[in-house]
Design a protein around this ligand. Structure first.
Ligand code: SF4
Length: 409
């Protein structure tokens, strides 16, 4: 009997844990800084908040931690009892459940739990749920909740959209200055945008290493490695870390080291991760000699358009070019390019029950894309955090059958 497959650890990860730990300490630790705290959606105007001197906290990161630690499934019903439907975003319901119960994965790090916000800043480019989520806390703590309403289903990101969104971001400056107790330093904003841009370029290069066959990292590695790109973009720490990670991955390529030993098949993951099942899924794919080499999700933190010389317009463009707020035609065109670039054999769509916004299998896209590219697909029903909506057995069987189909060519 062959030895069970083992995931190859990435050496740099230890440094990332230190970096993320430092960030959490600064926000919540005993010696937390006395900076004001702004909550921000994961693709919200973080650069503006950093430039205004806020400590920026991203609750979606907490949502993912609640999922990965499998605490979410027990906490969601508390939010449901409060009046939040079981059908809406399970980041939202697990985070609010965690607040109601006063339990958080941060407790295991000897931290008290998410920091109270002085202001909550959203961008609805990803969904409406983020606004409702933030408004819950705004009511709880009697603090302001402000944000940007980005159009969705965008075809061309044209001047009308850019100017509209840029104006909305500019309109945040004055209320944020009042809360921060300081004026916006435009040079600082440019500097932060420059750092964010550098972080994004490194993150893109890291994900691109998986275009190599065999791939030196998979989607499962990337869901962990993306932490700094989400919560520390706009800081030097993220840049320094990603330089180390990129060097390690390039070395893996030079040494012929594969993330999945004997890689035979290459898959694209479309949709949200299933946070509570990353490990068993990664093991199953490894046993099937299959590498998930690219995903829409991890690529969502690549902001090619950030430009320090055009701070507001470039933020508006970067945050409106996002896959999730584009039209199906644009999404398909993007995926076609990715399928080619990453030498994809098949596409896995995760239909996340509580996130229709990031589930792209519902309106015939898989069939259209298969007709165009000739690449087969499989749909996995599940959820990002609510494991009551996921059948491990059924998913295992579906994935096995899909890989058999690929093997039969
Ligand atoms: S995009 Fe989906 S997972 Fe993310 S906050 Fe919105 S509903 Fe939740």
């Amino acid at each position: 009997m062959p030895a069970p497959a083992e995931r190859k650890g990435i050496e740099a990860t230890k440094k990332m844990k230190g970096l993320m730990g430092g960030y959490f300490m600064e926000l919540m630790g005993e010696s937390a800084s006395d900076k004001k705290v702004a909550w921000c959606t994961s693709v919200g105007p973080a650069e503006l908040l950093i430039a205004l001197g806020f400590n920026v906290y991203f609750p979606e990161n907490h949502g993912a931690m609640l999922g990965a630690t499998r605490m979410a499934t027990d906490l969601i019903p508390l939010a449901n009892a409060r009046g939040f439907s079981p059908d809406i975003c399970s980041y939202l319901t697990s985070d609010i459940g965690s607040y109601i119960k006063g339990e958080s994965p941060f407790n295991k790090m000897n931290l008290p739990g998410p920091p109270k916000a002085d202001v909550l800043v959203f961008n609805t480019n990803q969904c409406r749920d983020v606004q409702d989520w933030f408004q819950f806390y705004a009511r709880e703590w009697d603090v302001p909740c402000i944000g940007v309403h980005t159009p969705r289903g965008i075809g061309d990101v044209d001047d009308i959209i850019i100017q509209g969104v840029a104006r909305q971001i500019k309109a945040l400056v004055e209320p944020l200055e009042q809360i921060a107790g300081q004026k916006l330093d435009y040079d600082k904003l440019k500097e932060v945008i420059g750092l964010s841009r550098e972080c994004t370029e490194l993150w893109k290069a890291i994900l691109k290493t998986a275009a190599n066959a065999p791939a030196p990292l998979t989607f499962f590695d990337a869901t962990i490695q993306m932490g700094p790109a989400v919560v520390l973009r706009g800081t030097q720490g993220a840049i320094d870390y990603y330089k180390i990670l990129l060097a390690e991955l390039k070395q893996r390529i030079a040494d012929g080291v594969a993330a999945v030993e004997g890689e035979k098949f290459r898959i694209y993951w479309e949709g949200m991760p299933i946070w509570g099942k990353l490990k068993p899924l990664s093991m199953q794919f490894m046993e099937l000699s299959t590498a998930i080499v690219a995903s829409t999700y991890c690529n969502s933190w690549i902001f090619d358009d950030l430009d320090p010389d055009k701070p507001f317009e470039s933020m508006a463009r970067a945050y409106s070019e996002l896959f999730i707020c584009r039209s199906d035609d644009r999404k398909e065109a993007y995926m076609e390019t990715m399928i080619e670039k990453f030498k994809i054999d098949g596409v896995l769509y995760h239909d996340a029950k509580t996130c229709p916004n990031n589930s792209n299998n519902r309106y015939d896209m898989p069939q259209r894309l298969q007709a165009k590219t000739g690449k087969p697909f499989v749909v996995v029903n599940g959820d990002l955090n609510d494991l009551r909506l996921y059948s491990e057995e059924q998913t295992r069987t579906n994935i096995e059958a899909f890989i058999e189909q690929l093997a039969e060519g």
